[in-house]
Design a protein around this ligand. Structure first.
Ligand SMILES: Cc1cc2nc3c(=O)[nH]c(=O)nc-3n(C[C@H](O)[C@H](O)[C@H](O)COP(=O)(O)OP(=O)(O)OC[C@H]3O[C@@H](n4cnc5c(N)ncnc54)[C@H](O)[C@@H]3O)c2cc1C
Length: 428
């Protein structure tokens, strides 16, 4: 089949699939220069930027259950966007805790008291070994992974002979919480990617961390401000079912609608969805898109404090709920929303990803399913090869999966596509 590859020309028709930060970012950048149609499967713009409203004592409390936090060092483009749009932001509090088997063992990173909150730990050699291993990891991980970019997290752990507590109670829970990935899958994660992420986010520093921020009033506020600047054809409840390329152009079939033709297509949905709807993907596209699968995770916003550490001293913004007695098929993490979004403590609010116990109905406000990208050694290759397929047959790919899975990654991937199409963001 003949597929047309041509340089983008101003005024051409561009279809964008997906309205998360990646699709919204691409639409915002390109719509002043092209005739853009944004297709969104659901009835809501924003994708993982999802703010829900909790009604308590006649007060509406906005709570983010998808994208919650960012920092100004690792999110330079998002920060510039928020500055430009005058999005109100406020300080967030980032701290991390692990609670094992509902409190058999736990620690928090918020302060020294939280780390040593479990006095009998001090009598256990494994606890002091954990301390030493964390120190060694912070000092050696960059060098270890630089010498072998294909090493997995498991290989990194074995190479330094790190102890079981380091593996089970520190590295796998912490990274599992970051990537919403169970411990067994984290072992296969590329060590190089993990260590780079830890390094860039100040997690290898033994002294201090970056300041984290959250959008005041919820991420819906930035989505609204972005939408106010976009002049595009917005199509809600329009799940794209099939995309096909030919010499005539790119045909897009949306559920229940006639086929429409475009000059360029930008996939801003997840890699697995892209593969599903791109009906004539070639072997290179197939190989890249299938290398980064997604995993479904359930998130519940609730008030059940039993999904927090037993000891209040350990309560932290992110709590990994470890279960060492059975197989952990999914990462279980509680986000303490009061701490993350400065919500008054009189209304305790927790968002738990894949709860490892039943939450009473009366404590639940809302439940949602999200998908997260899963990375192993194939992802490194896929990221390297992605530029090779960009623009082929006038087809472009973006999404948080094109980076490490976070908001800056999604936005940066959209900026890269816009640049390749001849449009720069309004900053350097
Ligand atoms: C619980 C949770 C917490 C998170 N917290 C943070 C955080 O604090 N900080 C951070 O940086 N990142 C966080 N993330 C990561 C987050 O996933 C990314 O930051 C980013 O929002 C993903 O953006 P995206 O554009 O790639 O995908 P999405 O936001 O998922 O957007 C994809 C869009 O495509 C649409 N779509 C799918 N299929 C079709 C179709 N066939 N046709 C049309 N439209 C379609 C979807 O409905 C969706 O709107 C979190 C993720 C989750 C799930």
């Amino acid at each position: 089949m003949v597929q047309r590859t041509s340089l983008p020309k101003r005024g051409q028709k561009v279809a964008v699939i997906g309205s998360g930060i990646s699709g919204l970012g691409a639409t915002w950048l390109l719509s002043p220069h092209f005739e853009v149609t944004l297709f969104e499967a659901t009835g809501r713009i924003g994708g993982h930027a999802l703010t829900v409203s909790v009604n308590r004592n006649d007060m509406e409390i906005p709570v983010d259950i998808g994208f919650i936090v960012f920092n100004k060092v690792n999110y330079p483009n998002l920060t510039k966007l928020f500055d430009l749009l005058e999005v109100p932001i406020q300080k967030s509090n980032m701290s991390f805790a692990v609670t094992v088997n509902e409190g058999e063992f736990e620690y928090g990173s918020g302060n020294i008291g939280a780390f040593f909150s479990y006095p009998t730990n001090l009598l256990k050699p494994a606890f002091w070994e954990l301390f030493l291993d964390i120190f060694t990891f912070c000092k050696t991980a960059v060098k270890d992974t630089a010498s072998d970019p294909n090493m997995s997290v498991e290989e990194l752990i074995r190479r330094r002979n790190f102890g079981k507590w380091f593996e089970k109670y520190y590295l796998l829970p912490m990274s599992g919480a970051i990537w919403s990935t169970p411990r067994s899958e984290m072992l296969k994660f590329p060590a190089n990617l993990l260590v780079k992420f830890f390094e860039h986010h100040g997690l290898l520093s033994l002294t201090g961390q970056y300041q984290w921020w959250t959008v005041s009033g919820g991420s819906k506020n930035y989505v609204q401000k972005l939408m106010a600047q976009i002049k595009a054809n917005i199509r809600l409840n329009a799940p794209v079912e099939a995309v096909q390329r030919s010499s005539e152009g790119i045909s897009v079939k949306t559920k229940g609608q006639e086929v429409e033709t475009f000059d360029h297509i930008i996939f801003a949905c997840h890699s697995n969805t892209t593969l599903e709807i791109l009906k004539d993907s070639n072997s290179e596209e197939h190989s890249i898109l299938s290398s980064i699968p997604y995993r479904s995770n359930r998130i519940i916003l609730h008030q059940d404090a039993s999904l927090m550490p037993k000891r209040k001293a350990c309560w932290s913004s992110w709590v990994y709920l470890a279960n060492t007695k059975g197989d952990e098929e999914q990462a279980s993490v509680t986000y303490w929303m009061n701490s993350l979004q400065a919500i008054p403590m009189k209304t305790p609010l927790f968002a738990t990803l894949n709860p490892n116990k039943t939450i009473p109905e009366e404590s639940i406000f809302v439940e949602h399913i999200f998908e997260h990208p899963q990375y192993d050694y194939r992802a490194v290759q896929a990221h390297e090869n992605l530029p090779k397929i960009q623009g082929q047959a006038n087809t472009w790919f973006c999404g948080a999966w094109a980076g490490m899975g976070f908001h800056e990654d999604g936005f940066l991937s959209a900026i890269k596509v816009a640049r390749m199409m001849g449009v720069n963001p309004p900053w350097n």
